[in-house]
Design a protein around this ligand. Structure first.
Ligand SMILES: Cc1ncc(COP(=O)(O)O)c(C=O)c1O
Length: 498
């Protein structure tokens, strides 16, 4: 490919790839490419032009026409170290030249071993954790679920096969991961799903059925998890799966800092594995290297992907507490039933050809070095607080803003039609319109409609104050436009007066 930068910072439309200009790339998208979660028929209309991004630097990306955008979605919550990191590209190239691939079924590459060693110490899992690599987030969740079931069998509990996760939460698309998803729409077309997947209410302070009008979270959302464990039978539950800050629904932290500590204790008391899905919240996003640390808990298993390589290469990881991994090597005994001995004798019965690809692991090592040397988690904490404050100042009183929430650089602004009643606007009225307006203003971010409509801000962790200011201004204008569109009465942002 011979892509070149042109004078306005974009790329030439005539040499995107040999024989392909922008028009021919669009034709290929219209006729051949299948984008994820996308109705491809939309592109049959020549007026509907897919955004084709060809270059990035820091937080800025350029499309094929040379227009620049601030990427406040960081790819898809994932380009944590920002675009244009030559150091990661060079590390990948060096690995490609020396050893492009090593079979992970019993063989090891140097980068996979080094990365496991480093993450095994850094993860909040009690030290010396074991790491099983995958090639992405769904595979990490899928792997963690199978690992939990085999672990429970190895401990002597072959009937612990149920899982508890939360409603509305997104944990991936493969059938196991989809089963723990709490998104009714995503699950609807693919049943029957993996049996035993149970769902508790989420912890969502702004709309909590138990405490939304109380001065503080009363943790009844946690009580629901405990009740579900009791109802399902603690000796039948293998794992509880949660995200530190729930993505679907719009960056929802638990209502209380004690929420995860209570889940930790429940797991300790019952032998259930505590799985933290840090596919988004890991690798600096919340202001700590791992999202669990933000909430002061050490789970048993952490699932990771996305930011692990800042998305320069596909990689996922399942980080496992040593005592859990050790159960897979317990000695078989004659008095134990067959599945228990099999679970101990055979090692973890799971594998993926591309899990822990050496080039991806080399990218992850370079990414980790950058994160630690530049203290990107610290930057996320500082810039997240700044962005949160600016959003509050610009939009805190806006009649169409119900809630501003999140942690680190993972923030949500929930749209309402009425602040008093918290009524949501019709999704079809607002989501696409807001996204288009923001794109017009040069900002990419997600207007999430999986629960009540919420604008999500999740920039690369290298984002600057000026970039935050720019996006807050665009957002304020968009919300003022939304107020006009919805005919909302009440206090308008000053810029709406003009
Ligand atoms: C929390 C969480 N888990 C799992 C996944 C699935 O990751 P992937 O898309 O890499 O399969 C995602 C994706 O957004 C996620 O946010």
């Amino acid at each position: 490919m011979t892509t070149t930068a042109n004078s306005n910072g974009g790329t030439s439309t005539t040499d995107l790839a040999p024989g392909y200009d922008a028009g021919k790339v669009r034709d290929a998208i219209r006729d051949n490419l299948w984008l994820h979660f996308t109705q491809m028929q939309e592109f049959a209309d020549p007026e509907v032009r897919p955004l084709i991004l060809t270059r990035g630097e820091g937080t800025t990306v350029w499309d094929v026409e040379g227009k620049s955008y601030l990427d406040f979605l960081a790819g898809i919550y994932s380009v944590n170290a920002g675009y244009g990191r030559t150091r990661i590209a060079k590390a990948m190239m060096a690995q490609l030249e020396s050893m492009p691939f090593v079979n992970p079924f019993g063989y090891a590459s140097v980068p996979a071993a080094v990365l496991a060693d480093r993450l095994g110490e850094l993860a909040p899992l009690g030290g010396n954790a074991r790491v099983f690599f995958t090639s992405g987030g769904s595979e990490s969740v899928e792997t963690a679920l199978k690992l939990a079931k085999q672990y429970q069998t190895a401990r002597g509990y072959p009937h612990r096969w149920k899982t508890i996760s939360r409603r509305v939460a997104y944990h991936g698309t493969t059938l196991g991961a989809l089963s723990v998803n709490g998104l009714t729409g995503s699950r609807a077309l693919f049943g029957p799903l993996v049996s035993g997947a149970r769902h508790a209410p989420m912890s969502h302070r702004y709309r909590c059925p138990y405490c939304k009008d109380a001065p503080a979270c009363n943790l009844m959302c946690y009580d629901e998890i405990e009740r579900l464990v009791e109802f399902e039978g603690p000796d039948q539950v293998a794992a509880i799966v949660t995200e530190p800050v729930q993505n679907a629904g719009g960056c929802i932290p638990p209502g209380s800092m004690d929420y995860f500590k209570k889940i930790r204790k429940l797991c300790d008391d019952t032998g259930i594995l505590m799985i933290m899905d840090e596919v988004i919240c890991g690798f600096g996003r919340l202001g700590e290297l791992f999202g669990s640390t933000y909430f002061g808990v050490e789970p048993d298993v952490i699932t990771a992907a996305k930011g692990i390589t800042s998305s320069y290469a596909p990689l996922g990881a399942v980080l496992v507490r040593k005592s859990v991994a050790d159960a897979f090597a317990e000695a078989p005994r004659d008095d134990l039933p067959e599945p228990v001995n099999a679970a101990r004798e055979w090692g973890f019965q799971h594998g993926l050809t591309f899990g822990g690809h050496p080039v991806s692991c080399a990218a992850a090592i370079a990414n980790l070095d950058i994160m630690l040397e530049e203290d990107l988690p610290g930057k996320a904490k500082e810039m997240g607080a700044y962005l949160h404050g600016e959003l509050q100042a610009a939009l805190g009183e806006h009649p169409n803003v119900g809630d501003i929430r999140g942690a680190g650089l993972f923030l949500g602004v929930e749209m309402v039609a009425d602040r008093e009643t918290k009524a949501s606007p019709d999704k079809s009225d607002v989501l696409e319109w807001m996204s288009d307006k923001m794109l017009e203003g040069g900002v990419i971010l997600r207007n999430d409609g999986r629960n009540d409509p919420t604008t999500q801000l999740c920039p690369p962790l290298v984002v600057t104050r000026e970039e935050c200011d720019q996006v807050v201004n665009v957002l304020a204008e968009c919300f003022d436009g939304l107020a006009k569109r919805l005919g909302t009465v009440g206090t308008q942002h000053p810029t709406a007066a003009s």
